[in-house]
Design a binder for this molecule. Structure first.
Ligand code: DSN
Length: 491
């Protein structure tokens, strides 16, 4: 498949041409439910006027967004291309096949399954792909059955117990792992007996020796690598060595950094695709596509992952698969590779801007798109107070645990920020240094309100008079130089 032509999806001329279409569309919506049209306009205004620093968010291009708003939404297409449970899926087959081809070409994957509706769905699909391959198929062979429907009740009971006996390890939540990596509130934690590996308490870096030690002792079926709040890179070649040593499958959840893999910022040992048997991702974070998920596998797992729907997924969202195809085509261009490099260099600029102003960062820096601020050490605030004070100042972030968090998982001591979204708007190193200055100005002016116990409270806070408005105005001024969807005029 040749590389798609380099269209700049953020270009003004595309937005200008789409303006009348969006106006007409909003008018049509308003005729049915005006409050929805109004909320849609308000959301654009809010997104245009806030410093979006949530590390998992981005701005998809208008062609990607437009692709989602079509009649593809109306078609049922359970199954996969060429093997559907419904008639009339020829056009869905086309979009699903094109999206999968782009995914394979972009990531160098042997197989791509583009149906998952979200990251949780992608991970659930991946787990059941691995369980089908390593637990169900051998059991069917052992019991002389072709499918699960052919098993006797006793053999079925045995197989169900075997599913339940499986083990997984993943990165602990407080060091940056994700709920879907085997934690109890998520279905993955109810399926697997799970243990966590963490980071070195001194350096904050992933401790591969400890991962290997845990893997040898616990003997998991699945080793999950990947993170949602770890500001460093992972050596996936090392993780695969550990998995091979204990006979485990390496599954990498690259949802957060898929854009950096696609853009060739993470290569060699840092690219999960050549090393893991199964790789999952969302498509809307650093990859800058529509809201959704995807699973990449080696050929060995292709037939199993293709059974994701109806095994664990409902009918595919064909309009979103079409938008994934458009986003993946965009990600195959040089313009996207340049974007991904800037996401990483901007993240370093932001880290330097914060550290030179006295902020303590977990791991004392970053080499991906994430900065994790220790706001308790730096400003005497909980993550919840810092998140709220920043929001009052026009800066959108999210609170996050830090390793061994003294304030627990709800109030937290950290704030996680990321560069993908503002880099999409054109921010460079100078603008991210200014962002660091605004964050520090807002948080230095914030103090916890004393609780009835006489101790500093964990939720209430006070911002010195006028500071939130001043920071908000400065953020707006900065954003004014980098308009979101320039040329899209809905006034
Ligand atoms: N919600 C995503 C994040 O913010 O990291 C992951 O689920």
């Amino acid at each position: 498949m040749s590389e798609p032509s380099a269209v700049d999806p953020t270009a003004r001329d595309i937005a200008e041409k789409l303006t009348p279409a969006y106006r007409t569309m909003l008018d049509a919506i308003a005729q049915v439910e005006p409050r929805i049209a109004q909320a849609t306009r308000a959301e654009l205004t809010d997104q245009r006027h806030s410093l979006k620093l949530i590390a998992s968010e981005n701005y998809a291009s208008l062609p990607v967004l437009a692709t989602m708003g079509t009649w593809f939404s109306d078609k049922y297409a359970e199954g996969t291309a060429g093997h559907r449970f419904y008639a009339g899926c020829q056009n869905v087959d086309t979009v699903e096949t094109i999206a999968a081809e782009h995914a394979c070409a972009l990531f160098g994957a042997e197989h791509a399954y583009v149906q998952p509706h979200s990251g949780i769905d992608a991970n659930l699909t991946a787990y059941w792909t691995i369980l089908a391959h390593h637990v169900e198929t051998p059991a069917l062979e052992e019991f002389g059955a072709r499918t699960v429907n052919d098993l006797s009740q006793a053999d079925w009971d045995t197989l169900r117990h075997r599913f339940n006996d499986q083990r997984a390890i993943g990165m602990s939540l407080d060091t940056g792992g994700h709920l879907t990596h085997g934690f109890r509130p998520n279905i993955s934690g109810k399926m697997f007996d799970q243990r966590s590996y963490g980071t070195d308490p001194q350096t904050g870096l992933l401790d591969y020796d400890k991962v290997a030690e845990l893997a040898r002792e616990f003997k998991p079926l699945v080793i999950v690598a990947g993170y949602s709040a770890y500001p460093r890179r992972v050596n996936f070649a090392k993780m695969r060595e550990i998995a091979d040593e204990v006979g485990a499958v390496l599954m990498v959840d690259m949802a957060h950094f898929a854009g950096l893999v696609a853009g060739k910022v993470f290569t060699g040992d840092e690219d999960p695709v050549p090393h893991a048997q199964v790789v999952t991702t969302t498509t809307h974070k650093s990859l800058r596509g529509p809201r959704g998920g995807m699973v990449l596998t080696t050929k060995e797992y292709a037939d199993d992952v293709d059974r994701g729907c109806p095994m664990v997924l409902g009918g595919p969202l064909s309009h979103v698969m079409a938008a994934k195809a458009v986003a993946l085509a965009e990600a195959r261009t040089q313009a996207f590779r340049d974007y991904a490099q800037r996401v990483a260099s901007n993240s370093k600029a932001l880290a330097e801007g914060l550290m030179k102003r006295g902020v303590k960062l977990v791991t004392d820096g970053t080499d991906n798109h994430i900065n994790l601020l220790d706001v308790t050490t730096s400003f005497g605030l909980t993550g919840r107070q810092a998140e709220a004070a920043l929001l009052d100042s026009g800066i959108v972030t999210n609170r996050n645990s830090i390793p061994a968090d003294p304030n627990g998982a709800w109030y937290t001591s950290g704030v996680r920020i990321g560069t993908p979204a503002l880099t999409s708007r054109g921010f460079g190193a100078d603008e991210f240094d200014r962002v660091a200055e605004l964050i520090v100005t807002a948080l230095k002016a914030t103090t916890p309100v004393t609780a009835s116990t006489g101790k500093p409270g964990k939720a209430k806070y006070h911002i010195a008079d006028g500071v939130a408005q001043k920071v908000h105005d400065a953020a707006d001024e900065l954003l004014g130089n980098f308009p979101l969807y320039p040329g899209l005029d809905l006034a």
